[in-house]
Design a protein around this ligand. Sequence first.
Ligand SMILES: [Zn+2]
Length: 671
Amino acid sequence: MPVRSMRVPRSPVLAALVLACLLAAGCKREAADPQAADAPAPRPAAMVDTDEHSYAEPARVAIDDLALDLDLDFDTKTVAGTATYTLQWKDGEAAQLVLDTRDLAIEGVEGDVEGAWQPLAFALADRDPNLGSKLTIEAPQRPAKVRVRYRTSPRASGLQWLEPAMTEGGQLPFMFSQSQQIHARSWVPLQDTPQVRYTYSARVRSRPDVMVLMSADNDPQAARDGDYAFSMPQRIPSYLMAIAAGDLVFKPISARSGVWAEPSMVDRAAAEFADTEKMIAATEALYGPYRWERYDLLVLPPSFPFGGMENPRLSFITPTVIVGDKSLVSLIAHELAHSWSGNLVTFSSAKHGWLNEGMTSYVENRIVEALYGEEFSGMEWVIARDALKRGIKGMPEATQSLAIRPGTQLDADDALSQVSYDKGAWFLQFLEQRFGREVFDPFLRGYFDHFAFQSIPTETFLAYAKQHLFDPHPGKVTDGEIQEWIYGPGIPASAPQVLSPRLGIVDSARLGWRGSKQLPPTSITGPWSTQEWLHFLEGMPETLPVADLQQLDAAYHFTGTANGEIAMRWYPLAIRSGYTPAYEAGTAFVEKIGRRKLIIPVYEALVKTEPGLALARAALENARPGYHPITTASVEKVIAEARPAPAPVPAPAPPAQDAPPPAEGSAAPAY
Ligand SMILES: [Zn+2]
């Protein structure tokens, strides 16, 4: 996910989990020692990893296939039906199937014993606030199939149900899932760990006027009749289970790609994302065939808490990237890139987040470069790295590394942060530059082929890289450099620097204005893309005199902008500076949009003063019915931790030169 794609929800859950794990006897972290790669190597295979976020015991029995038969009920906001598992028993002594659930009512369990369904005993443990309820099914005869009948809670953490008024069209209700990282268990009982991959099929019934889609073989021609069938023949981990239902129509982009959206949105979306087929082709040229058949995009309501979610065959996308000029379509490149990095080769647990997100952010940039050129991709590098440099300063040292050394305690609240995304991508660019694209590109393609449809930890990547990159090309990198990138804090000294001439012009324009109050000529700013405007705003000091903000606003109409990326930078600056004309538009913005990355900085600026805190509280109450629970929790946290000053802080006289942009909040990019 983030700006780009989905970022895993930062949950207090993870912190507690990892700590609990570290305290528990017998709870291992990494089984593999990175140094073990020095041994004369067998062909690298996926090493063993422990996932503390699941009760499942996949070494004993693993789900091979899942068949769902479900009814969606918009009135009760529930999903009910059966999940039938085809099982692969690996341990001849195993007598139980253990599944993850959260807030599910389990109505019955049966096993296929000698061709007949027979009831099986089961126990649903007390609810753990983080992991949910362990479901233990007694299966001493190790049946090939087990069937669970269940019902979700209206408050299922992985589902959001929207009233018609919260949609674009306003006529029909909408529902969608967000399963990453451990929310799939709130709508399907599962071995909810990326270490288990399975095929699935589903039959789903709903009210007949809504279209239902899944992370499966959606048929663009499907009749909207309330009875839908899906098949997913490629093996996926549970966090890629996805479902959505609403007033959704399809518009093709190419023979294998198109957009699903509400009718009023679909034309704009298809125009914005018109380059999707070119992106697929560019990625295939670099990293081999797209292996999932169709690639469609689903545009969600503005309440979607993330930028995107790489659900296979059907990326879920925020509408906030539809700005009319394709300037934010790197999000599509990101979600598409996950079809190789993440969905095809998957981290074996969230501790190895960079294998999904860093790899994807790197591939994303390569796609952007292939389509839009090096100047544009260079701007994206610089903007991401400026944010990383600001954010990493405020992070605990242990969370600044790409992977966690075995035995290190991690506040896993930060497990998947900007470090996973942007430092991970930076590491791969470092390797690319040391080895050259003529070596590194085929290496990465080989990596995706070798581990296709597998889930691996960092150490498996390192062992593979040693065998296929480091050893065959000696002298290009040192072991110390690799260790520093993977396990060290901060930004390594070996990090390659990217210069962006276009952003250099923006810096000059900003400096010139700050010195002279003369705005740059429109011949300069006229062609600016979103990225240049972002950089223009990001280089401003913490606060500006109100007169300066008035001048900028009169010239550039930032207040009321339809571009959420600009809004998330302008409103905090304006609010911190006491520029009251932006307050109303800023609060209207956060009430309309649910994407956390865009609105949290605005809330953080508001709560710095008593009057602003009151506005923030009011905005949350107005928005609450339409916010996703993940967004609500994030906003509540900002408000709860507020330490407001009594009144707006008057803007000080401007410093002689640009101060670095504010760092607050930027350590928490897991949107
Ligand atoms: Zn992502």
